[in-house]
Design a protein around this ligand. Structure first.
Ligand code: NAD
Ligand code: UDP
Length: 324
């Protein structure tokens, strides 16, 4: 049944995860009613605990590899494990989540004529030979490596959405997200920011994989979510806009610089040690965000890495205090 009161109803898949829960907070603050769909593979009830009593929030335990029938006005598709240890835990299910999930969500959007924002990734560029990465770069991806379930799954999801856009005029918006961090990251997800902070707070060795010269560009979560909302707010009836945009912070850091910053900000006595680099680990990554800047009301990240890392350290510190 259509929603005849004026309140917008939004479906967020993967809504109990790191990014999804921040997105839902913003949507509810903006007055939307939100349905959070999640299978709780990597998401936690703690991330949405504060929403459970809200009349504007509904929780649906569901796996996106199965079709979903629901009436909403817009869809954000975030369901997918995001960290290498999580997406490599059950690579077949990662593929199904990204490929069948995209098919199911595109089918839903077609039935109910709702716009979709889809969370894609900088991993579609693989180990990039073009730097910084622009949206017209097709990427350098190993189709048979240990990261392929995620990288190729996300590439296929983009194809599914673009073909639904061309064939059925589905209103799609694809954000290629670059490394994002902040409170509510999973403390044991193996990502570099969470690993380094947890290691520093626990006085353990900081594990740099490889030489530490590889680079990433880290975006604070609030900046990223602002980009999602601006992308979804574009009016497809009245103007054409690019259907795929890089979303991330273009300021590039080496992994060694990040390790030193975390040690400095935590005041930790931890020592840096060097472990082997996992296979297919991209050497460099930095988004060109000129398309997002030009189309999303001059959007660009505002939070400096030191400021965002400090907020994230405080979050993990509180988690450790609660667990003690
Ligand atoms: P996350 O692991 O914290 O959240 C993902 C959520 O999806 C979790 O709540 C998980 O339980 C849920 N989920 C996984 N498989 C599902 C399934 N089959 N059915 C229903 N729910 C399922 O990760 P995140 O960092 O919040 O990432 C959210 C999205 O953004 C993902 O699609 C990810 O690929 C993308 N992304 C994130 C980053 C980043 O740096 N955080 C970078 C690039 C892309
Ligand atoms: N990394 C590291 N130590 C860790 C975890 C990760 O040196 O404890 C490196 C990893 O090899 C990669 C970078 O940090 O080069 C970012 O890794 P992450 O898993 O956070 O994200 P992605 O590789 O997907 O960008």
């Amino acid at each position: 049944m259509r929603n005849y009161n004026k309140t917008k109803r939004t479906l967020v898949t993967g809504g109990s995860g790191f990014l999804g829960s921040h997105l839902i907070d913003r949507l509810i603050a903006n007055g939307n009613d939100v349905v959070c769909l999640d299978n709780f593979f990597t998401g936690t009830k703690a991330n949405i605990d504060h929403l459970l009593d809200s009349k504007k929030f509904e929780l649906l335990r569901h796996d996106i590899t199965q079709p979903v029938f629901i009436e909403v006005d817009e869809i954000y598709n975030l369901a997918s494990p995001a960290s290498p240890i999580h997406y490599q835990y059950d690579p077949i299910h990662t593929l199904k989540t990204n490929v069948m999930g995209a098919m199911n969500i595109a089918g839903l959007a077609r039935r109910i004529k709702a716009p979709i924002f889809h969370a894609s990734t900088s991993e579609v560029y693989g180990d990039p030979l073009v730097h910084p990465q622009t949206e017209d770069y097709w990427g350098n991806v190993n189709p048979v490596g240990i990261r392929s379930c995620y990288d190729e799954g996300k590439r296929c999801a983009e194809t599914i959405l673009f073909d639904h856009h061309r064939q059925y005029a589905i209103d799609i918006r694809i954000g290629r997200i670059f490394n994002t961090y902040g409170p509510r990251m999973h403390p044991n997800d193996g990502r570099v920011v969470s690993n380094f902070i947890m290691q520093a707070l626990n006085g353990e060795n900081i594990t740099i994989f490889g030489s530490g010269n590889q680079t990433r560009s880290f975006c604070y979560v609030d900046d990223l979510i602002e980009g999602f909302l601006r992308f979804m707010s574009l009016d497809s009836q009245n103007h054409n806009f690019p259907r795929v945009m890089n979303l991330g912070n273009p300021v590039e850091f080496s992994i060694m610089e990040l390790a030193e910053m975390v040690i400095d900000l935590t005041g930790s006595q931890s020592k840096i040690i060097f472990n082997p680099l996992p296979s297919d680990d991209p050497k460099q990554r930095k988004p060109d965000i000129s398309i997002a800047h030009a189309n999303l009301q001059n959007w660009s990240p505002k939070v400096q890495l030191r400021e965002g890392i400090l907020k994230t350290i405080n979050y993990f510190d509180q988690l450790l205090i609660k667990a003690a």
